[in-house]
Design a binder for this molecule. Structure first.
Ligand code: UGA
Length: 435
């Protein structure tokens, strides 16, 4: 099949490379000339394990192309994917659809023969109808079907998520479009991945409902963690105890400093707006948003409290800044709020992250970015583990202890065992584990 992928952001690039690896001929299109030049030179603008190799392989085998000019690729395509950004619109929580609609208009004038237009961007319910209307209006002769095909990729694990998904969701009424979609995903179909065919609006809602439900799970366990601390229980054991119940499931029950990233915060907010516009109370979603926002600041309070209520003049080392490991993404990362609150309380911040320090420089000031974890820890009064990168899981504890001015460790990801840390002479605290 011939695929045109509009947008070479995270979703477009990963999906394009994976479809090429399935054997399809894929052209990724972006207006940003420097981005396309970089991609043609083999540089990948995002940090995603395995992506560089996958792109290089498929470029070399002449199945993957990058261009700023959509004309040829869209004209010849069986399927044109819209994978452009839908950021939160300034001032309210609605998703900004400017880029989606602009892409639809551009595609309309270029398609030839029956073409499936696939929306992969995360969009409010009804956007597919609007895309359909734009195309029909712009090119009344166009033969096309608009499909919703949401993505469920996690940053840092995106290639595996694409190639071994739990399910593929295809939202359309058109049998011809379903046929094209099945052909595109055929390698998965052979692996018996469920392909769910729904109405387009249902598919659009599935994406928001999935992200919101995961955000609910995380926020729920975070509140239970707070309770554990007060009543003398252990949240990891609670997670295990409830997660082994198949109806609940073990995943996304790790308590931590609150969810961040480019998806959960944006999508929960957008879902809340969709609810408000439809006059439906989405109280759970609304309180998840509020509880999670509050939590990030409360993590700084936890650090201050643990250090005796006053951090002014103290030096605090942060290990991990990205919103989660294996990414350089700083969007909505809890570290941003933690750093800013600690600084306001008078603390000096040293920090190290294996991938996100360049990004972090854009969103935090007066932070000493260090060369490695031990450099960050040096002469600090406390170390706060904010992101659970693997390399922080097995630090040399003796070295850490002798580098610190005070052996204070605040582990916001529960990657160390409390008893062991205390035995090794640390003042240690973590999330939801009373001892
Ligand atoms: C999320 C979804 O997991 C993907 O399925 C979805 O496709 C994607 O959003 C999207 O809409 O594009 P992602 O934002 O990359 O993926 O990251 P997650 O691994 O889901 O983590 C999100 C946040 O939740 C992180 O801050 C992470 O630290 C936090 N989290 C996750 C927890 O605090 N506890 C957990 O148990 C799991």
């Amino acid at each position: 099949m011939r695929v045109a992928m509009i947008g070479t952001g995270y979703v477009g690039l990963v999906s394009g490379a994976c479809f090429a690896d399935f054997g399809h001929t894929v052209t990724c299109i972006d207006k940003a000339v420097d981005k396309i030049d970089a991609l043609n030179a083999g540089d990948i603008p995002i940090y995603e394990p395995g992506l560089q190799q996958l792109v290089a392989k498929n470029v070399a085998e002449e199945r993957l192309f990058f261009t700023t000019d959509p004309t040829e690729a869209v004209k010849n395509a069986d399927a044109v994917f819209i994978a452009v950004g839908t950021p939160t619109r300034r001032g309210d929580g609605h998703a900004d659809l400017t880029y989606v609609y602009a892409a639809a208009e551009e595609i309309a004038g270029l398609i030839e023969g029956f073409t499936v237009i696939v929306n992969k961007s995360t969009v409010p319910v009804g956007t597919g109808d609007e895309v359909e209307a734009i195309i029909a209006r712009t090119n009344p002769d166009a033969k096309f079907a608009v499909v919703s095909n949401p993505e469920f990729l996690r940053e840092g694990a995106a290639i595996n998520d694409f190639k071994r998904p739990d399910r593929v969701v295809v939202g359309t009424d058109s049998d011809a479009a379903v046929k094209v979609m099945r052909e595109l995903y055929r390698p998965l179909y052979l692996n018996e991945t469920p392909i769910i065919v729904t109405k387009r609006r249902t598919s659009e809602l599935i994406k928001y409902a999935a992200n919101a439900f995961l955000a609910v799970k995380i926020t729920f366990i975070n509140e239970i963690a707070d309770l554990c601390e007060k009543v003398g229980a252990n949240v990891q054991e609670v997670s295990r105890g409830i997660g082994l119940d198949n109806r609940i499931g073990a995943k996304f029950l790790h308590a931590g400093p609150g969810y961040g990233g480019s998806c959960f915060p944006k999508d929960t907010l957008a879902l809340a707006r969709i609810g408000a516009d439809a006059n439906v109370d989405l109280d759970i979603v609304n309180s998840v948003i509020e509880v999670n926002n509050r939590r990030k600041g409360r993590m700084a309070d936890k650090v201050i409290e643990f250090l005796g209520g006053d951090v002014s003049g103290k030096t605090i080392a942060l290990l991990g800044l990205a919103f989660k490991p294996n990414t350089d993404d700083m969007r909505e990362a809890p570290s941003i709020e933690i750093v800013s609150r600690l600084q306001k309380a008078g603390a000096r911040i040293r920090a190290y992250d294996p991938a996100s320090m360049k990004e972090a420089e854009q969103v935090m000031s007066d932070v000493l970015f260090c060369d490695g974890p031990y450099h960050a820890i040096e002469n600090s009064d406390a170390v706060v583990i904010v992101t659970e990168w693997d390399q922080f899981r097995a630090l040399d504890l003796d070295r850490m202890k002798s580098s610190l001015k005070q052996p204070n460790v605040i582990d916001l990801r529960n990657i160390y065992e409390p008893d062991y840390m205390i035995e090794r002479g640390f003042n240690y605290t973590s999330i939801g584990r009373a001892y």
